[in-house]
Design a protein around this ligand. Sequence first.
Ligand SMILES: [Zn+2]
Length: 356
Amino acid sequence: MRDNRLTTLTTPHGDLKLPAFFPDATRGVVRSAGAADVAACGLEGLMVNTLHLSMTPGSTAIKKVGGIHAFTGWDGPVVSDSGGFQVYSLATGGTKGVSLSKSGVTFKMQGQKKRTLTPEKCIQYQVQMGTDILFALDDCPPDGADSQTLADSVDRTLAWGKTCREALDRHAEDPETRPKLFAVIQGGDDLDARRRCVDGLLRIGFDGFGFGGWPISDSGGLVDEVGAVVEMLPEEFPLHGLGIGRPDNLVAAYHLGYDTFDCTIPTRDARRGRLYTDESGDAPGSFDYVRIERESFARDDKPIDERCDCPTCTRYSRAYLHHLFVIGESTGHTLATTHNLRYYARLIERLRRQDA
Ligand SMILES: [Zn+2]
């Protein structure tokens, strides 16, 4: 737990109030919601993925039209994930389709040529896109990896982190306009490896850190390392919970000391008709779902949540949302996504008021 919480993070596109939640705009769009929809929910930052966008449409294409902010219509801070984690989901055959070396990670996708993501390219793509908070390339070991694999992953993460730091300093020399560079702390469930990673990354010099690896346990809560890493870092550094998470896990991670979060859960749940409400109790981050496709909502004239002030709840009934899902109308996904994102924004607002 941190005693002195950070309240803002300065970026080239404005000061970000902390804590903050970034919906995932992996391919440059929060699925089923445009930038104006997301802004109307009261969220202040977006998380995009470097690897996906470097393939389609390409970072040079984004640069050509004025950068990621002009391209997506989002004028607030944009964070870019390095893509190191996504290599495994994109490669044919998962981990078998990926090979690691000192210089980077090579992977092959079905019907395409081999690609190598190096630390230099990773920074180059992010600089071309013009994002505000960049992530250094890291090596994410598989869940349950043995100690040698974890040690190798820390070595690679440190070596790639150093190259990324040097590459960004070359690309963006003016400290006034230079984006922030965050590094990812690896080491799996081995706390000595985590500590070695933290110490090495601190020596290189970063503006903030992210928890790397698998933050969620088999039982659905946070793994112990999520909290252990907080104690290893000086308080002045912002800490990002990559992929955290469900409302209860986000609140738990905030209380452990995390400042920023990103996750696909609220938007994915929305498209599956799982809409959040506060109805299940008073425990921090406790939540319930309205499963809007259930027949019982067909004649329900109430909004999704009477306490919600989102554009969906102030205008539409559960019956209407249910109808849109039944007929497969994409507007239903947009209205559901807007509600879930506003739920997360309200959760963040409560954390800022120290009310959750
Ligand atoms: Zn709502």
